[in-house]
Each structure stands twice: as structure tokens, then as C-alpha cells.
Design a protein around this ligand. Sequence first.
Ligand code: CMX
Length: 138
Amino acid sequence: MFTGISHVSIVVPDLDAAARGLEQKYGLKIGAIEVNAEQGVRMAYVELPNAKIELMEPSRADSPVMKFLEKNPHGGIHHFCLGVDSVDAVSAALGSAGVRVLGEGKKQLNVHGERIAFVHPKDFLGALVELEEHASKH
Ligand code: CMX
């Protein structure tokens, strides 16, 4: 069902400044900046050998991550992401166990076109969890 940890996602108020800081202070290489218009985020990844760090800032004023930034003006960890073999199958199994998968089954895609869904934070120990569909972990 779960294929591994894909990434940890941090919402930041200024993506370019965050990327510069991680490069200068930690030597972490930031990949290309991309926009997921549907999710309302401008984003980039740090690729590590076993997982990624995702950096996101709102790409529009009504972005869902704007609410997070209003509560956490300096940014912070927004969610972590588990790889799954099938978003539909895992969502159905979790639903049967009483776990709320957000979005009412509406198809959502990450910036790479992979299926994603989010688990209600109150149903995972207070942490927002993204499910991301891919055959093998990356
Ligand atoms: N951490 C903990 N709790 C959170 C949270 C977070 N990051 N974000 C929201 N919540 C809480 C809310 O406070 C709310 O709690 P209550 O039920 O107690 O009020 C609950 O979770 C549901 O949140 P909501 O905003 O009411 O619900 P929505 O269904 O409208 O949206 C969510 C939920 C989390 C999907 C949305 O707010 C969000 O963050 N969307 C962006 C998702 C994202 O990161 N997309 C990027 C994909 C990048 C890519 O790979 O391309």
C-alpha cells in the first residue's frame, strides 16, 4: 500500500529567498522552480538520495497554502508525503477505516502529473499527509 516517503513540504513566504538560503548555508541544490496552478503553489525541490524537500509559496492570493502562511507568517512544515501504489485503492481502504481523505474523490495531480490526495490532519496525529501515486518510491 505505502511505497515510502516521497517528500517533506515546507511553505515559505518567499521561495527565491528560501532557495538561496538553503544553497548558501547548507549547500543544498534547489531544482527548477515550477508552478502547479491548480494547487495554487509555486514550488521547487531539493533532491536527496532517499526523499525530497519540497518548498512551496502561494502562486495566487486565494491559494490554499495562503491560509497556512497567515497562521505561520515565517513559514513551516506544511505536510509530508507518502508514496502509494494507487490513490484510489488506498483512499478506499482508509475510508473504510474511518479516515477522512479530503477533496470528495476529486482527481488531483501534483506538478509532475501524478495522482495525489490529502488525509485530514486530525486523522493522522495532527499532521497533514499527502498520498502520491507512483509505482516505486522516489
Ligand atoms: N497542517 C495541519 N492542519 C492543517 C493543515 C496543515 N498544513 N492544513 C489544513 N489543516 C487543517 C485545517 O485547520 C482544518 O482543520 P479543522 O477541520 O479543524 O477546521 C482541516 O485541516 C481541513 O482544512 P480545510 O482547509 O478546511 O480543508 P480543505 O479541504 O479546504 O483543504 C488542504 C485542505 C489541506 C488540502 C488545503 O488546505 C491545502 O493545504 N491544499 C494545498 C495542498 C498542497 O500542498 N498542494 C501542493 C501539491 C504540490 C505538488 O506536488 O504539485
